[in-house]
Ligand binder design. Structure first.
Ligand code: EPZ
Length: 420
């Protein structure tokens, strides 16, 4: 992938209305779940993202027939031949590990290369594997590969997650859907994307209830059938626009959004003095000259989302006062801090806490994105900063945001994508 850059002219004030895309983090597990049935499943309102294309490549690599028609993907997993995911695919996207549960449940065997860490932390899979073992899977980890097999099929059981891992909850829900008997997942993740996965699985005939709470109950069935499903809107894309309005003292209305999914972000923006008007499926955000400093602690849903921490930290870097931002989910998710400092931010790191002393304004600089949300945060900061910014590493941004310049420039941003 050729590395490209954004040239961003600062001091924009974003104004207008924008429609939110389908959720990346709902789409990825749902596409993996299409492996659970041998009939055709149609998933609609998909975002056009690198990560979604990677999941399409994973399904195709396994032998599924995948047709993409605009924002719709039609998957026929009746002819799956391979049960192994190549190293290259696993390295391209960690969420490829979401095929573990479905392949194990339907075929009794799966082999993936260890996804390894990424820029925000080590991201182990111990909770995924422990849960599958509890259901009877035999797991072997050797030479960087994980092999899972079920000589006697998967058995329903009681699983208590040490922490509410989103991916582990999703893999175990999918595995349990075809297991023999009842599985209860306690301390389950409660994210909206888990609820959307449950909706998808139930529409295929799975017997699942409790998603959105900390206890999910799954009664295994013999087989699942094809279905059609529209994914929920992307709450993190929405939150990113909300911070964009706040940091540029703009005025943006979001449509195709589920406000309740953003309760924590709305509360913090209001605490910072930003005006947020919520209607049934729209949110309007009007910025202020200078936001007030507020403290943030990232928590599992419905707490403040870790995926919004970099964007909010960028906002706090120009706030009035000092804010304390604690990252409790990932151990290495402050790579955007050094880049924001280059733009004039005054931030001190103490372990997993950032002490952000707000400055009146930022100035453009040459900065680099290290991961998806850090890249988004730097783009927002550059829109608000004086002068121009060169942002490198935007391939990270393209993984989770659909050609950011195409959606932000009509609102008044001035982003130019250049090949370096
Ligand atoms: C999902 O990642 C999201 N990705 C992440 O979004 C999101 O930040 C994260 O959930 C938390 O909300 C997708 O949905 C594709 P976790 P996931 O398992 O499932 C530790 C983005 O920007 N852990 O809830 O990998 C782990 O190391 C991405 O869109 C274990 O220790 O997150 C992390 O510290 C980034 N053992 C914490 O739990 C395990 O077996 C949360 O991880 C699994 C996880």
């Amino acid at each position: 992938m050729s590395s490209q850059k954004f040239l961003i002219v600062g001091k924009s004030r974003l104004k207008g209305t924008v429609k939110i895309n389908g959720s990346k983090n709902a789409t990825l597990p749902i596409l993996a779940a299409t492996l659970l049935c041998s009939e055709t499943a149609t998933v609609k309102d998909l975002p056009n993202l690198h990560d979604v294309n990677t999941m399409k490549d994973v399904l195709t690599y396994l032998g599924a027939r995948v047709n993409r028609e605009g924002r719709k993907m039609i998957v026929d997993s009746s002819e799956v031949q391979s049960l192994e995911i190549s190293e290259d695919l696993m390295r391209r996207m960690r969420a490829s590990n979401l095929v573990l549960g479905p392949l194990l449940a339907r075929f009794g065997y799966v082999k993936i290369s260890y996804p390894g860490g990424c820029n925000i932390g080590s991201r182990p899979m111990n909770l995924h594997l422990k849960g599958l073992q509890a259901m009877g899977a035999v797991i072997t980890e050797k030479f960087g590969y994980i092999t899972a097999e079920t000589p006697f099929g998967l058995q329903g059981t009681e699983i208590h997650l040490d922490m509410p891992s989103v991916g582990a909850t999703e893999n175990l829900m999918m595995a349990a859907a075809l297991a023999d008997g009842i599985t209860t997942i306690r301390n389950a993740a409660k994210e909206p994307e888990i609820v959307d996965l449950q909706s998808f699985l139930v529409s295929m005939g799975a017997k699942i209830s409790g998603a959105g709470t900390d206890t999910i109950r799954i009664e295994g069935v013999q087989a699942l059938k094809g279905t059609e499903h529209t994914v929920i809107p992307d709450r993190i894309e929405a939150g990113t626009y909300m911070v964009a309005a706040a940091i540029t003292n703009g005025d943006i209305t979001l449509t195709n959004v589920i406000p309740v999914h953003l309760d924590a972000v709305i509360a913090k923006l209001r605490e910072a003095g930003v005006q947020v008007t919520v209607n049934e499926d729209t949110i309007r955000v009007q910025g202020v000259e200078r936001p007030k400093a507020v403290d943030i602690k990232t928590m599992p849903y419905p707490g403040f989302p870790t995926d919004m921490q970099p964007q909010f930290l960028a906002l706090m870097s120009i706030a009035e006062g000092t804010s304390i931002i604690s990252e409790t989910i990932f151990e290495n998710r402050f790579k955007h801090v050094a880049e924001l400092r280059r733009m004039g931010a005054d931030i001190r790191l103490e372990g997993n806490t950032a002490i952000v002393r707000g400055v009146p304004g930022l100035t453009g600089a040459y900065v680099e994105a290290s991961d998806l949300r850090a890249g988004a945060a730097l783009t927002l900061a550059a829109m608000a900063a004086e002068d121009g910014t060169v942002l490198d590493g935007i391939e990270h941004i393209d993984r989770g945001y659909e050609r950011m310049e195409k959606k932000y420039n009509p609102l008044g941003a001035r982003i130019i994508r250049v090949n370096s």
